[in-house]
Design a protein around this ligand. Structure first.
Ligand code: ADP
Length: 268
């Protein structure tokens, strides 16, 4: 069979995503900064607000979204295409993890094959009507992230996740350039694992030094907010119970300005 041209792939993906209002890739300059945790939290929070939400875990090497959301299983083919699995608050979940025999199996293919796997999911998943599709892109600004991001049509804008260290700032600048290269609007930057709450006085202790807020705003980019380094968060992710933490008032207070700032970007 003749391989599909890029144009054909774009056309197929576009028709699959025609009933999705907002498509938001979440990116990071490098791994381990909490991109997946932020993607999952955004999805759960938006769904809790009553929006119809799906998350595509496009982080092929470390597909951690199913773990964080406590979803296990296999995607199956329905009449209209692949059916996503369902997490708390009705969030639809699609991940390469659902295609592997078990969690120990790594995907050891070369770049183009891995990107093709995600493109195939984009071509074949039946998303239905959605308000938001959150895409957890592979970490970094290399080939894989690029080849997936450029096939998502009419991206609303991306969210960049970082930790607030000076080293990370140079990596954020790469993520900004990445977005510009793709003509992708940047909805803003989230600082994760930014501070801890002092158990005695409740003050914020910024563990990596000052917030990057000023530097972000000097680039003309919106600063969406900061998330603390919180052992409850990491254990909730490990146990597949991230949805429980969204019942916690402290975490709701942290996520609310971030989501409000994202939603404010869509207003005319
Ligand atoms: P990335 O997608 O950038 O590689 P992850 O979202 O997988 O990073 O997060 C890496 C690890 O850090 C995970 O174990 C996650 O549970 C944990 N983590 C992420 N953000 C926080 C946080 N704010 N507080 C505590 N642990 C966090």
């Amino acid at each position: 069979m003749k391989p599909k041209s890029a144009q054909e792939t774009i056309k197929l993906i576009k028709s699959r995503l025609q009933n999705v209002k907002f498509k938001i890739p979440v990116i990071s300059g490098k791994g381990g900064v909490g991109k997946s945790m932020v993607s999952a939290s955004l999805s759960l929070y938006l769904a809790k607000m009553g929006h119809k939400v799906a998350i595509l875990d496009a982080d092929i090497h470390g597909p951690s979204i199913p773990n964080m959301l406590g979803v296990k299983g296999r995607m199956i083919y329905g009449v209209d295409g692949i059916i996503p699995l369902s997490a708390s608050n009705g969030v639809k979940v699609v991940s390469s993890a659902f295609l592997l025999p078990d969690e120990r199996t790594p995907i050891i293919w070369r770049g183009p094959l891995k990107s093709n796997l995600i493109l195939q999911l984009l071509e074949e998943v039946h998303w239905g009507h959605l308000d938001f599709l959150i895409v957890d892109l592979p970490p970094g600004t290399g080939d894989e992230a690029l080849s997936i991001a450029q096939f998502i049509p009419d991206v609303t804008g991306d969210v960049i996740v970082t930790i607030p260290s000076q080293i990370s700032w140079s990596v954020v600048k790469k993520a900004i350039e990445f977005s510009h290269t793709l003509n992708m609007r940047i909805l803003g930057v989230v600082e994760n694992m930014a501070w801890v709450k002092c158990p005695k006085c409740g003050e914020k202790i910024w563990i990596f030094g000052d917030s990057l807020q000023n530097l972000v705003e000097e680039e003309g980019i919106k600063y969406l907010g900061s998330i603390p380094l919180d052992p409850n968060l990491s254990s909730a992710c490990d146990k597949g119970q991230l949805h429980f933490i969204l019942e916690d008032t402290d975490y709701l207070q942290v996520m609310k300005p971030i989501v409000d700032n994202i939603l404010a970007s869509f207003e005319p």
